[in-house]
Design a protein around this ligand. Structure first.
Ligand code: FAD
Length: 459
């Protein structure tokens, strides 16, 4: 059984606080902040590290198992990733796989993954993509209709025999409970460095620079430190704006919702998505800890909140610069691109009462043709927010990891699939901190490479 006692023990409050002066403070205890905490504790010599989290536990929001698709994105089945991004995803996922195998087997589950193309046009596009990536993904296999029938019978049953289908398949993918993984990161960090502080129920309100130090005002008091990592998901951008960074960026909060059915698929089945749209198309996933359920989605629709179900974050949304002349002009330009508008309208349709479920069924039937209306249940209270950064100057979505860099301060906005790259982000931050602090806090890259077998991608 996984030992959670450390998390219980590490909940200081104002009364028992001994010291709020640190070298590095990480704000935000989702999968990103906890992975960074682990990497700093294990692979650097930073003496005084703290993590501040406003909730009562780690990974309660977007990193929570209920709020994301629980996929370890490793580039094989993500048709909306450019080949370059697919490679970066492969390498980032490798770190998480290694970590899971070594420290947190309870947080991951082996699962087969499939990218399904339906119809002549999609099949051609997927064949083209396969030719481009196969050298880098030698473990991928190509499946024709009969072979798809063997591994995912419900994808073929009831399908028009004249409809062409083609798939890429990977038997050894991973589903991840990112909440459990976050807890494990904190646990391992505390083992490596018993002196770290994890402050739960502590909300950072403002970050200001005070000479060589930062002051972080929280509802539990003032913290000071030399380096700050802000890993607050969507709120990271607000902190960046507040001290003068990322003025050209605005935020589009894209909520994701799920439907569930009784178990219908043996593994993950993704469908084709256009390059340039940063979100995967509707897909089916087995639930990581419940083999009796298949989860469908996520849908993608913009909402004026930075946290699902928390109306108070409307004011934060209004401060995130989307509702401004430049923000709206950029959004209109982005939506003016045909496929983005089609994607947005389609997803908006899924949320129309009654009809929305029928439209969603049509999308899910692309994967399982015999799926019935009565099988689908909306998963109330599930699904988080993907904070999509918009570059107002270039009038386009910011692709990839939303990291904003300042002088001894870094902000991670973490868009879609950011959980899979948590350790890659942590690696990057450890390198960055070693540079920023002129070697005062060296990063033991060799130890990191050894720990994660970085030269052994086949593992
Ligand atoms: C529907 C959906 C499906 C997804 N599916 C996948 C998937 O299958 N695979 C994948 O890799 N990624 C997926 N993602 C993306 C992934 O969930 C996120 O990239 C990831 O969880 C972001 O982690 P984070 O730690 O950066 O942010 P969060 O999980 O949002 O954590 C931020 C933390 O900061 C804390 N915080 C915020 N403000 C403050 C403050 N002022 N003071 C103190 N603490 C603060 C919050 O309480 C929270 O704990 C999905 C996202 C969604 C919404």
């Amino acid at each position: 059984m996984y030992d959670r006692s450390h998390l219980e023990a590490k909940r200081p409050n104002r009364e028992n606080a001994m010291n709020t002066d640190y070298d590095v403070v990480i704000i935000g205890g989702g999968i990103t902040g906890t992975a960074i905490l682990y990497a700093f504790a294990e692979f650097t010599t930073i003496p005084r590290i703290a993590l501040i989290e406003k909730e009562s536990g780690v990974a309660q929001l977007n990193s929570n198992t209920r709020h994301n698709s629980q996929t370890l994105h490793s580039g094989e089945i993500e048709a909306h990733f450019s080949p370059e991004k697919a490679l970066a995803a492969r390498d980032g996922a490798h770190l998480v796989r290694q970590y899971l195998a070594r420290y947190a087997p309870h947080a991951g589950k082996r699962v087969q993954k499939m990218m399904l193309a339906v119809g002549e046009r999609e099949c051609e596009a997927l064949e083209w993509r396969y030719r481009r990536i196969r050298a880098e993904f030698p473990h991928l296999t190509v499946l024709k209709r009969d072979e798809i029938l063997d591994v995912e019978p419900n994808v073929v049953f009831g399908r028009d025999p004249d409809e062409k289908i083609f798939a890429l398949f990977y038997r050894d993918g991973r589903a991840v409970d990112y909440h459990a993984l976050s807890e494990s990161f904190v646990h391992e960090a505390a083992k490596a460095r018993p002196g770290i502080d994890v402050w739960m129920n502590t909300a950072a309100c403002a970050v200001t620079r005070d000479g060589a130090h930062f002051r972080i005002a929280t509802d539990q008091g003032i913290f000071s430190c030399t380096v700050v990592i802000v890993a607050c998901g969507p709120q990271s951008l607000l902190f960046a704006h507040s001290i003068g960074y990322a003025k050209d960026f605005a935020l589009l909060p894209v909520a994701g919702g799920f439907y569930t059915t009784p178990a219908t698929l043996n593994g993950k089945v993704y469908t084709m998505q256009y390059l340039g749209i940063p979100f995967a198309a509707v897909h089916g996933d087995p639930v990581v800890h419940d083999p009796t359920i298949t989860r469908w989605g996520p849908t993608a629709w913009a909402i004026p909140l930075l946290e699902r179900g928390r109306a108070s974050t409307l004011f934060d949304f209004l401060r995130s610069r989307l509702i401004s002349v430049r923000g709206l002009a950029a959004l209109v330009t982005i939506l003016g691109r045909g496929e983005t508008m089609r994607f947005a309208l389609c997803n908006a349709g899924y949320h129309i009462p009654v009809m929305g479920k029928r439209l969603f069924l049509r999308a899910a039937r692309k994967i399982v043709p015999l799926l019935r209306y009565s099988d689908l249940r909306f998963a109330h209270g599930e699904g988080g927010i993907r904070p999509q950064l918009i570059d107002c100057r270039a009038r386009k979505f910011v692709e990839g990891q939303g990291t904003i860099e300042g002088d001894r301060i870094r902000f991670h906005v973490t868009p879609a699939s950011g959980a899979s790259s948590c350790l890659a982000t942590a690696f990057d931050d450890a390198q960055w901190i070693a540079q920023q602090c002129s070697g005062a806090f060296p990063f033991d890259e060799k130890k990191f490479h050894d720990a994660f077998g970085l030269n052994d991608q086949a593992a």
